[in-house]
Design a protein around this ligand. Sequence first.
Ligand code: NAD
Length: 274
Amino acid sequence: MATSVPIPTDTFKLGFIGAGKLAESIARGVVKSGVLPASRIITAHRDSQRRDVFSSFGVKVYEHNHQVAEDCDVIIFSVKPQIVKEVVLQLKPSLTEEKLLVSIAAGIKLSDLQEWADNTRFFRVMPNTPSAVGQAASVISLGGTATEEDGLLMDSLFGSIGRTWRANEKMFDAVTGVSGSGPAYIYMAIEALADGGVAAGLPRDLAEGLAAQTVLGAATMVVNTGKHPGQLKDDVASAGGTTIAAIHELEKGGFRGVLMNAVVAAANRSKEFS
Ligand code: NAD
């Protein structure tokens, strides 16, 4: 088995195959956080509008994917899942062992990626849509010949669009259930909180602002204090007060069970796809 040549951290070039929404979020995050200057990021797209988006913040845009694959040391496959096999097979001659390969495509297994590329220095990453605002939750799984140094490089790239965790890809269906699909559950919770506010007499814009800021604030409390969420809940529920009256209603409606079922349903659906 070939040994993995270290990626030159001060000079490496980062390429995106697929100049879509997520590639844009990652590229912007990487530039904004200073992990890489835009001049070391490259992509390719035929569509002039997508080319202009990337050029506007200094990313080089080539005509063809193979130019990106040849020129870059770290290559992120960010096309839709159904196109990944085709592009990896097309670029296979350029995907040599000294390159670090990454797929963010949902549901595409590392074993398949490694086989198509004939290269096991492959990472699979599962980010989520809050990457667009620098608040992604990304889970990173290391392929066969990826080194710990490669892993640290991944942490810094994906750390620029939010928080990162490492996990075996066996957990990716469950990850999809929590963080992949999770933003949608929380949008629904924000909408419902705002509806409740309107029902209780608030104007819509005030209710929506309060609902969203409350979710942001509560999540920040969990992340920043490190306290158990149950403890934080108990801290705001005083004896005979308003909060415990609301909690009683949530429990009667099966709030926790409904959320748990939602996560398991998404994880099961993800398993069916992969
Ligand atoms: P997108 O549709 O915005 O981006 C895909 C881009 O690839 C498009 O611009 C498309 O024109 C381009 N493309 C199509 N065929 C191509 C080809 N042969 N060569 C080069 N480019 C080609 O999609 P997205 O939301 O950015 O998602 C990209 C990938 O990221 C998907 O595989 C998705 O599963 C994964 N993903 C996305 C999110 C997210 O938050 N959006 C989260 C987790 C995983």
